[in-house]
Design a protein around this ligand. Structure first.
Ligand code: ZN
Length: 677
């Protein structure tokens, strides 16, 4: 045990995880040991003979399990960014231990009794807003964790929540397995028709890596998306789309159909035990949209607003395809292809034209520079910080007054052991401990286009906005200034958390910003004004359809989590019904979204997917304030930093927003930006 690096002091720069010393075998014993000491901390807390108060109960509880938190964030971040079979097994073994421990806490009667006492006397307690919110949140977490359940129900509650944790993990693993297991192997040059050079080269390298002749295309975004946009071979597009949309739905060992049904049913059971009629109602308690009705009204409003535009977009693509010789219905595998062609025709713009201006090196410098001009912070590379794989870059982030704000890890490119998509996460959260400000360790993980032998990594426009998005989450983490760990950084309501991230995406459409950095990676020529104008013009292209599609996912999410009885049909029929109202394509047997909907069945977006759109209302409204006052306006930026980015979850989101904006958000800015109004 003594030589387990996870349990020793981390004698590394800034107390960062000693990745170079950590092996998969270290995790389980370390977690067991850390749980033991956290349990002792709880015991000391509950044995305290003093009258329960905020300090000795709520704040003390927030400090419990520091080592455990450190270890598990390393484990689960690695399991998402750089996993392998051994680590997956470890995560599976450790996961029930953690749920078990977390249940031990929430079902601890002595502890709950103390929290209840503090919570009941909160009115005249003299606590500040942050402390009150922390107390409320702890009380609610205990209630949702079953603390008020009758003795006979507790055992059942534990069994279900532990099973749910295991099922969610399995759900994600199946998606990863299924994403990796498919390849489209091409040996006949004819079959590459329409594909851009850069994609062909990448596919060639992928084939080489797999010791194969020819070219290999995969379901990872940098390969899949451009293939669907450019391949002239309709049969191959069909093959790719069907492979993508049937992941974890193929009746093999990695099929998630039963897992999805089981998860939905168990969630309902948990909600019922706690006195809610649906899981959604239980989850929404601490959201900005705090009732199921508010979410439904919001989605319906957007649905009505985007419907005409969605149909118009669909008809435009159809008639364009027909006039270009397409026969028959527009199928799912035709959409991206004809959209890209029409976009090219209307705006003479596409990713192949844009990419040369977005070399990763330039984009990174530009995004850092943007943070510098908005908030006065700066980034300094530090290669001595331990990393888990050679590709990860590490930076120190400093404030205007040269105080350290955070460490930032960035892991840019796809690998077989990495989950798809992009995300921000942390290895340590910010808090004040014994009067010291403990600064956070933030990480961005992405799947951006790799460099090839002949060119550097050139980002698509979508990758550029994704980078801005995850960087926005990172700023929420980097700039945070709170006292208690569980309220700091991105620990805010789920439908508020996408505001800082989506807000940053807006800059990708601003000439004033692009002008300062976007230049051709080879010639150095500045991005032409004409192209920038077209980026902006093209930004509303197919937005009606895009909104409709997002709404479809939100309806699906809400449907799974507003069931009031166990699902008595299969996931295919359940899904068709839930998404019927936003469906524009002919139905295809064998395809399914739910089986690979990791956001809601694996991750934490259950009955929270609407949050993306909800936050879009906020980010469009917030950014309109920047365009009114100037996008680099120091005062506006300072107010955004002070009222939103620094505050974490220490106040009600709407209060924070109004303090920044001077008024409540309105949906108009979003409708205008998307061309829906
Ligand atoms: Zn996000």
């Amino acid at each position: 045990m003594m030589n387990n690096p996870l349990l020793q002091e981390w004698n590394t720069p800034f107390g960062t995880p000693p990745f170079h010393l950590i092996e998969p075998g270290h995790f389980k014993p370390a977690v067991e040991e850390a749980i033991k000491s956290a349990s002792e901390e709880i015991k000391i807390l509950t044995d305290n003979s003093e009258q329960p108060g905020f300090e000795n109960t709520i704040a003390a509880l927030d400090r419990v399990g520091e080592t455990l938190g450190k270890i598990t964030s390393v484990l689960f971040n690695l399991n998402s960014a750089d996993t392998n079979k051994t680590l997956q097994v470890v995560a599976q073994e450790v996961s029930p231990l953690l749920t078990h421990f977390s249940n031990d806490i929430t079902l601890n009667e002595k502890l709950f009794e103390r929290i209840k006492i503090v919570s009941e006397s909160i009115e005249n307690s003299g606590l500040n807003t942050e402390q009150k919110i922390l107390t409320e949140r702890k009380f609610r977490n205990f209630m949702l964790g079953g603390a008020a359940l009758k003795q006979e129900d507790r055992k059942q509650f534990r069994v279900i929540s532990e099973e749910l944790a295991t099922l969610s993990l399995k759900f994600e693993e199946n998606i990863l397995e299924e994403t990796n297991s498919f390849e489209l192997h091409i040996t006949d040059k004819e079959e590459l028709a329409g594909l851009p050079e850069s994609l062909i080269e990448m596919a060639y390298m992928e084939a080489e890596r797999r010791k194969k002749q020819g070219w290999v295309f995969t379901l990872h975004f940098p390969s899949y998306i451009p293939f669907m946009q450019y391949s002239e071979r309709r049969d191959l597009r069909e093959k790719m789309l069907k492979a993508y949309s049937s992941r974890a739905f193929r009746g093999n060992d990695f099929d998630n159909s039963q897992n999805a049904l089981k998860i939905a049913d168990l969630r309902l059971e948990i909600a019922r035990m706690l006195g809610f009629s649906t899981f959604a109602e239980m989850i929404l308690v601490d959201r900005m949209a705090d009732t199921k009705e508010k979410v439904e009204i919001f989605l319906e409003k957007l649905f009505q607003a985007s419907k005409p535009a969605a149909f118009r977009d669909f008809d435009n693509i159809r008639s364009f395809a027909e006039s270009s010789g397409h026969k028959g219905a527009i199928e799912r595998w035709d959409w991206a292809y004809w959209s890209e062609k029409l976009k090219k025709k209307l705006y003479n713009i596409d990713d192949e034209i844009l990419k040369p201006y977005f070399s990763l090196e330039n984009v990174e410098a530009a995004i850092f520079g943007l943070a510098t001009s908005l908030y006065g912070i700066r980034f300094s590379k530090n290669d001595s910080i331990p990393i888990y794989t050679g590709e990860v870059k590490t930076f120190e982030v400093y404030d205007r007054d040269d105080s350290l704000l955070s460490i930032l890890y960035i892991d840019y490119h796809p690998r077989p052991g990495k989950n798809g998509g992009a995300w921000m996460t942390s290895y340590r959260e910010q808090k004040i401990e014994n009067g010291n400000d403990v600064r956070p360790l933030i990480s961005i993980v992405a799947n951006f286009t790799r460099p090839t032998k002949t060119r550097p990594s050139l980002l698509s426009f979508n990758e550029l906005t994704t980078f801005l998005h995850e960087f926005g989450h990172s700023l929420h983490g980097i700039l945070t200034k709170c006292t208690y760990e569980s309220l700091s950084g991105t620990n805010v309501a789920r439908d508020f958390v996408e505001l800082p991230s989506q807000f940053m995406e807006n800059f990708a459409f601003e000439k004033e910003w692009l002008d300062t950095w976007a230049s051709h990676y080879r010639s150095g020529e500045k991005i032409p004004d004409e192209i920038i104008m077209k980026i902006k013009e093209a930004s509303t292209f197919n937005e009606g359809y895009a909104c409709y599609r997002q709404l479809g996912f939100s309806f699906l999410d809400m449907a799974w989590h507003t069931i009031t009885n166990p699902v008595d049909t299969n996931i295919s029929d359940f899904e068709s019904q839930a998404m019927a109202k936003t469906e524009l394509f002919p139905p295809i047997k064998g395809l399914n979204m739910s089986a690979s909907f990791g956001h809601i069945f694996g991750g934490g977006y259950a009955s929270g997917y609407y949050g993306y759109k909800w936050a879009e209302v906020l980010d469009a409204d917030a950014f309109s304030y920047f365009t009114e006052t100037g996008i680099f306006n120091k005062e506006t930026a300072a107010s955004f930093r002070k009222n939103i980015l620094e505050k974490g979850g220490t106040e009600k989101p709407l209060d924070l927003y109004i303090r920044f904006r001077g008024k409540e958000p309105s949906i108009d800015a979003l409708l205008k930006r998307s061309g829906l109004k």
